[in-house]
Design a protein around this ligand. Structure first.
Ligand SMILES: C[S@@+](CC[C@H](N)C(=O)[O-])C[C@H]1O[C@@H](n2cnc3c(N)ncnc32)[C@H](O)[C@@H]1O
Length: 356
């Protein structure tokens, strides 16, 4: 009895630790279910479905599909109920909102990019940390100079990247547009503005502002897919699109306010310097620059989503995320003044500055 009492048990793994350990599995279950269109299939069926009915529409394996669907129930993406002796599955509210194609809040474009691109880059994190380099060469046998060319190699690839940018930016764009007082500017140019997600948000909060979205030709040519309805965005006529290259200042539309949203974090230090000096050149005196990025804590201890993105930039683009004081130093080096940083939303914070 005495010996039993003194037996030392090994420490149980805390739930928080197990979640860290197995986090990639959870993401991969989500990605696989989206690739297989499970949420869309359940949405288009007018009544809850059994695993065997879903298996038939997917031409998949019944046991494997049931395991996947039960896991999705545990992840609160599906709900399961018993009717007679049959178990039936339906989308949870969260899945209907974010994981079905029809939903205006659909995150499927972003999930597609995470599964097909980011997942592979993150799979090479160890090499990136050892080498301090992007992993394009290792994964695709190409240099990282080709990042956007690669995303735009076919129309489908371009549409996938644009859908991902749109859904990554949607809520944050409205949050930034609401948080920032830009009323002194009557014209704006969103450089690398993709399909206009931020521009449409800005025009709602700044009804007198004319906004040009300037991007590479493949992005601009697909922007019409993302144009909101007049009911959803009554000022949408104030948004127009132009093809331009932020490395070539002569191609950039003139504006009193330039925006760089999730652009600077894509580029190496020398390219960031080139973009900022081009913007400074193009701005009239008194003009503004609004940068939207995730701002790191000053001690770089968080926020976790910004740090995870900073690692993604390491493996994929050669860029990085920065703290507010790093942005201030960078912008002042280029002659900008009155640099103000504002925390807004986990995926989009704001830094506003001026040219004297
Ligand atoms: C990470 S995305 C950000 C998109 C959008 N601003 C947002 O916040 O979601 C970077 C954008 O920069 C654009 N881009 C890349 N190189 C460019 C260049 N040289 N000139 C103009 N736009 C460029 C890409 O086409 C892409 O739309």
């Amino acid at each position: 009895m005495g010996e039993r009492k003194t037996t030392q048990f090994p420490s149980p793994m805390p739930e928080k630790f197990i979640k860290l350990l197995e986090g990639f599995r959870v993401s991969k279950v989500l990605f696989a279910a989206c690739e297989l269109s499970i949420f869309d299939k359940l949405r288009s069926a007018s009544v809850p479905q059994s695993a065997s009915e879903i298996t038939q529409t997917l031409s998949s394996n019944l046991d494997a599909t049931t395991r996947l669907m039960d896991t999705l129930v545990a992840m609160e993406l599906l709900e399961k109920s018993k009717q007679g002796d049959r178990w039936l599955y339906n989308n949870s509210e969260m899945a209907t909102k974010f994981l079905t194609t029809e939903s205006p809040d659909s995150a499927l474009g972003l999930i597609n990019l995470e599964n097909n691109i980011s997942y592979h880059f993150y799979g090479n994190l160890e090499s990136a940390v050892k080498e301090g380099e992007t992993q394009w060469e290792r994964i695709y046998g190409k240099s990282s100079e080709e990042v956007f060319k690669e995303h735009y190699s076919t129309e489908d690839d371009t549409l996938r990247f644009m859908s991902a940018m749109h859904c990554n930016s949607l809520y944050g764009s409205y949050a930034v547009a609401k948080a920032m007082d830009l009323s002194e500017y009557s014209s704006c140019c969103d450089l690398g503005g993709a399909v206009g997600t931020l521009a449409y948000a800005l025009c709602q909060f700044n009804p007198k502002m004319k906004i040009t979205v300037c991007d590479l030709e493949p992005a601009v040519s697909l922007a019409h897919h993302f144009r909101p309805s007049v009911e959803a965005c009554p000022n949408q006529a104030n948004v127009s699109f132009a093809v331009g290259d932020f490395f070539k200042p002569e191609t950039l539309p003139k504006a009193e306010l330039y925006v760089l949203s999730h652009v600077l974090h894509d580029w190496s230090e020398d390219k960031v310097d080139l973009i900022l000096s081009n913007v400074y050149k193009c701005l009239p005196s008194g003009g503004g620059l609004l940068i939207c990025e995730q701002i790191l804590n000053e001690d770089k201890s968080g926020p976790l989503p910004a740090l995870l993105n900073c690692l993604l930039m390491l493996v994929e683009t050669g860029g990085k995320e920065r703290s507010a004081s790093e942005y201030k130093l960078l912008l002042e080096k280029h002659g900008f003044v009155d640099v103000q940083a504002k925390k807004v939303y986990f995926s989009k914070d704001a830094i506003l500055c001026k040219k004297l």
